[in-house]
Ligand binder design. Sequence first.
Ligand SMILES: C[S@@+](CC[C@H](N)C(=O)[O-])C[C@H]1O[C@@H](n2cnc3c(N)ncnc32)[C@H](O)[C@@H]1O
Length: 221
Amino acid sequence: MRDAYDAMAPFYDAFSGEYPVYRAGRLAGIAGLGPEPGARVLDAGCGTGLNFGPLMERVGPGGAVVGIDRSAGMLRRAERRAAAHGWDNVVLVQADLETMAPDRIAALLGSVGAGAGSPTSRAGLATYSLSLMPGWRRVAEHLADGLGHGARLCVVDMQQPVGRARWLAPLAELACALGGSDIAAHPWTAVEDRCREVGGASVRGGHLQARWGTLSAVGNG
Ligand SMILES: C[S@@+](CC[C@H](N)C(=O)[O-])C[C@H]1O[C@@H](n2cnc3c(N)ncnc32)[C@H](O)[C@@H]1O
C-alpha cells in the first residue's frame, strides 16, 4: 500500500524546515544520546536518513545504524544518502513500527555490527516520528524492551512553542498538520518513564523537545 510519506519523500529534505528549525532538535538529541564509537543505533522512523551523518560521526565505521521506516519512498532516499557517503554500515528495513515486537527489534540490532555488543553499545533514536503513530506508547515500550536494560534511548519531537515564542503556535500547528503529527502527543515522556539519568533539551522556543537517558530494568512509573 502507498504510504503518505511516499509522496512527500522527494520534497522532504528541502521543504521540511530542516535547517531553519528541525536540525537543531536532532543535533541536541543525538548529542544527548551520545552513542559511543562502535555502537549500534536503531533509528525508528528514519525517513530520508537525516540522522545518519551525525550518528556516523559518533559510531564510526565499527558501529552501525539500523533505520526502520514504513515508507518505501523515504527509505529509497535514505538508501541513496548512505550510498553517496559510502556508509555500508547502514541497514534499512521497511516495517511498521506499530506492529514490531521487541524480539524483532533485538534481533535486528543483534544482526549488525561487530561482536556481541554490550548494553551500553546499543541505542535507540526516534526523531519526529513517534508523534505520527497513534500507538506511540506501545511502540516506545517495544523499543525499550527490544533495546534492553542499560541501552540508551532518545526521543525528539514537537509541541506548541512556549513563552515569548507562543505567537508561532499557528506555524507549529501547520507544520505538524502537514506532516501528520499529533502536536499534543509529547512522546518524549516515554524516556522519562523508562530511563534513569534523564537529560533533555528544549529548543526553537520550546517547539522541539528532546529527552535521553539510560534504560532501566523496569519503568519509573
Ligand atoms: C516526519 S518524518 C521524520 C523522519 C526522520 N526521523 C527525521 O527526523 O527526519 C516521520 C517518519 O516516520 C515514518 N513513520 C510513520 N509512522 C510509521 C510507522 N508506524 N512505522 C514506521 N515508520 C513510520 C514516516 O514514514 C516518516 O518517514
